[in-house]
Design a protein around this ligand. Sequence first.
Ligand SMILES: NC(=O)CC[C@H](N)C(=O)O
Length: 209
Amino acid sequence: MRIGVVALQGDVTEHRAALERLGAETRPVRTPAQLAGVEGVVLPGGESTTLSLLLRSSGLEQALLGAFREGLPVLATCAGLILLARDVLDGRPDQVRFGLLDAQVRRNGFGRQVHSFEVDLPVVGLGDRPVRAVFIRAPLVEAVGPDVAVLARLPRGPGGRGEGSPVLLQQAGVLAASFHPELSGDDRIHERFLRQVAEGTTSGQRLAG
Ligand SMILES: NC(=O)CC[C@H](N)C(=O)O
């Protein structure tokens, strides 16, 4: 299975390492041509404004949008989730908005003072052992639409903030985490994504907005 990892910014190496540990072949994607032949794509975290600029200047914004419309499955983390969301609060007006995930998210929603925190996260379908989730200036998911399955909610937020909010979401072929599954050494979220790709779950139609 060949997975493209959008390699403009962020934890590209860590995502590739996790996928390769699971037996997938990976390819860094910096240009539209490099999307050819990939069966799924990872949109890593970073900073959504910078990522937006780079997606635009590389031509990947349009290429990815076309691929998502055709159903290319995507694993998006942190800033990647922001770019996929239908509705972004505190986002820059000119940021990329793929609109593929029916969710309302707030950038840096855990408060400016909270740059990073970690929690043990129970995840639907991953058994009794929680996933160690690393949050770095994470977006806060404030609402999700009816077609979104919430696979994990924050058991406790920093200072009580964001408690109970969705942090791992699935909508058809879109798997989106507000944390960084590539940083914990626990590959089960990537494994779930590869299973999704193998089963042919597609990313579906772009939503309005
Ligand atoms: N770790 C991350 O991806 C942080 C996301 C970043 N705070 C943003 O708004 O784009």
